[in-house]
Write a protein that binds this ligand. Structure first.
Ligand code: AKB
Length: 316
């Protein structure tokens, strides 16, 4: 019987992935955790506990007591926040992953999911359709920690047989929670500003192309990867996945049919250099081949859904 632990459930991805896992496996099979007690209000439909994943004894307790069979470890400090406190970002991103991998090994947890990111690529990686095996020279602490984490995942699989699976997410965009501390956050904020009839001061230049993905595609990709037969998983560090690629200017244009007066002003800050070091677009043929990955949303389809749902969801 599956018993699923979600760590960092209160975050942008966790909020939607936890719900999808509950729909798939049943509310009573899910234990949502977050280090913030305030996240509890999001999880009335399943069990919730506060957990600081850096506290290994507390993690062991939950895994042993709840007979956990799968862990989704989503807690991380993202790219922009990481640059403000690099050592803390390294400690949390790598320390927490090692806690999870060790607990998985010791307690024979059947499957682990851990998110990586397009941030593993760097200024010398191919920019267009960046391949799975592209040269990687990340220059943010977040990217460095994700690349090191990918190697740790592969190590635990090869050495101990821990079935850990991973995706290199692009910027994730949804309407059910705010993004927090990333370089792609403008692409979430933009919908809020438009809905509130406010101007967006965009921290990237208008022609900065980045790989992005609608949240529903990200959730589906995660569930698909985790359900795939073990023998199909040929990539044990982390899979490239692609959804769409666009610039802030194109995003603005996609919103104008709904909000003709919506304005953007461009004031690039330190996040521009991070964005410039990342790919413009991603080649995901390994994910397509190994577990049949296919995204459903492009920019206009995503905008149509978000514009329809976000204002009511946030009571604007
Ligand atoms: C970030 O911008 O840091 C994240 C990511 C691309 O991993 N959204």
């Amino acid at each position: 019987m599956d018993r699923i632990l979600v760590i960092g459930a209160g975050g942008q991805l966790g909020t939607e992935l936890t719900k999808a896992l509950a729909q798939k496996y049943g509310n009573d099979k899910i234990i949502a955790t977050d280090f913030q007690e305030t996240a509890k209000s999001k999880f009335e439909y399943c069990s919730f506990q506060t957990l600081n994943v850096m506290d290994k004894a507390a993690l062991v307790n939950i895994v042993a007591q709840e007979h956990i069979t799968q862990i989704y470890h989503l807690a991380a400090i993202l790219s922009a926040s990481g640059e403000k406190n690099p050592l803390q970002a390294w400690d949390l991103n790598i320390g927490s992953l090692l806690n999870v991998l060790e607990v998985a090994r010791e307690y024979k947890v059947e499957k682990i999911f851990w998110p990586s990111s397009i941030a593993v690529f760097g200024p010398h990686s191919e920019k267009q359709n960046t391949p799975q095996q592209a040269y990687k020279d990340p220059n943010t602490v977040y990217g460095i920690s994700k690349l090191a984490g990918e190697h740790w995942c592969e190590y635990y699989f090869n050495k101990y047989g821990v079935d850990v699976r991973s995706l290199r997410y692009p910027g994730l965009i949804g309407y059910k929670s705010m993004a927090g501390g990333g370089t792609t956050d403008y692409a979430v904020d933009i919908y809020h500003k438009a809905a509130k009839a406010e101007k967006l001061i965009c921290f990237l230049k208008e022609d900065t192309y980045l790989p992005m993905m609608y949240m529903q595609d990200a959730v589906n990709a995660t569930l698909q990867l985790m359900e795939a037969p073990k023998e199909n998983i040929t990539i044990r560090n982390s899979y490239n996945i692609a959804g769409m690629s666009f610039s802030p200017k194109e995003m603005h244009e996609s919103l104008l049919p709904y909000y003709p007066k919506f304005e953007m002003e461009y004031q690039p800050d330190f996040r521009q250099a991070i964005a410039d070091s990342w790919p413009n677009s991603i080649d995901d043929q390994c994910a397509k081949k190994d577990w049949d990955w296919k995204p459903a949303f492009d920019l206009n389809a995503m905008t149509a859904v978000i514009v329809k749902n976000l204002p009511a969801y946030f009571k604007y």
